[in-house]
Design a protein around this ligand. Sequence first.
Ligand code: TRP
Length: 333
Amino acid sequence: MQKRILTGDRPTGPLHLGHYVGSLANRVRLQHEYDSYVLIADVQALTDNFEHPEMLEANVFEVALDYLAVGLDPEKVRIVVQSMVPELAELTIYFMNLVTVATLERNPTVKEEIKQRNFAKGVPVGFWSYPISQAADITIFKADLVPVGEDQLPMIEQAREIVRRFNRLYRKVLIEPKALVGAMARLPGTDGGAKMSKSLGNCIYLGDSTETVRKRVMSMYTDPTRIHPTDPGHVEGNPVFTYHDVFNPNKAEVEELKERYRKGTVGDVEVKQRLFDALEKFLAPIRERRAEYGKNRARVREIIMEGTKKGRAVAQATMEEVRDAMKLSYKFA
Ligand code: TRP
């Protein structure tokens, strides 16, 4: 029997190169070997966007388009919408008994996110406890593997803890999932910041036009110590070269550019121009597929509905077992 993978994204807008490097590339590769589910986590997106639920429908659709555009094959991968699987909410409630407040408060990713978000009226319980709901996401589909970016490792650890407690306390129903971190953990932003993030405006989106990509690349942060193209430059930690390493398949060209950059015999403009060419080659087919699916909304809708139906069937079967293990399948006989 094929092992199963489950991943997910919050639908807060279109996906970018950071998503691609951190997890989409892995999913595309793994779809041939694994029984694959991807969850569009709209309920999780609500935990910090609850004041704007009207954005979700369009965002869910955009994320589905991005999945199809990068090459997730709807014959192989089930695209599942979280809010359309209410069993997830039920499992989350049961899991809440298995997690302490202290454990939630220690979660480094959530801590960091709370800092960034600066919730004016205090941290909503839904946001603070989303690792529990994410544990339900992972376990309800009985995933063996979860391909994610490294910031998600605490979530997988939390899920594993819950599974161990559940299985020990009730009965061995759930599978302890393993994380699979992408080949490259994190792609820096175009501004040289640690990661691409919508709120920082340092992203290149999978659906960006040629012109936007050109502008983004040509204005990328490079080596701040280098003033003239004849100054010896730094390659390490220079996001332009990090991107070259990831997206330029012509390794000889990349090595040559690095050497010339270190010696001060190539300008930033040329290095960026070559990066733009490489990115265009990478993005053009994605953009094309995205546009094609975008013209066929009925087909995308059908893929989402079909995937969600299959996902929900798995979730319902798991919940039968969960309720049974928890002695909640009352017969009153
Ligand atoms: N927390 C993930 C993110 O912000 C999204 C997500 C929700 C997820 N449920 C998941 C990821 C289950 C992996 C598995 O990107």
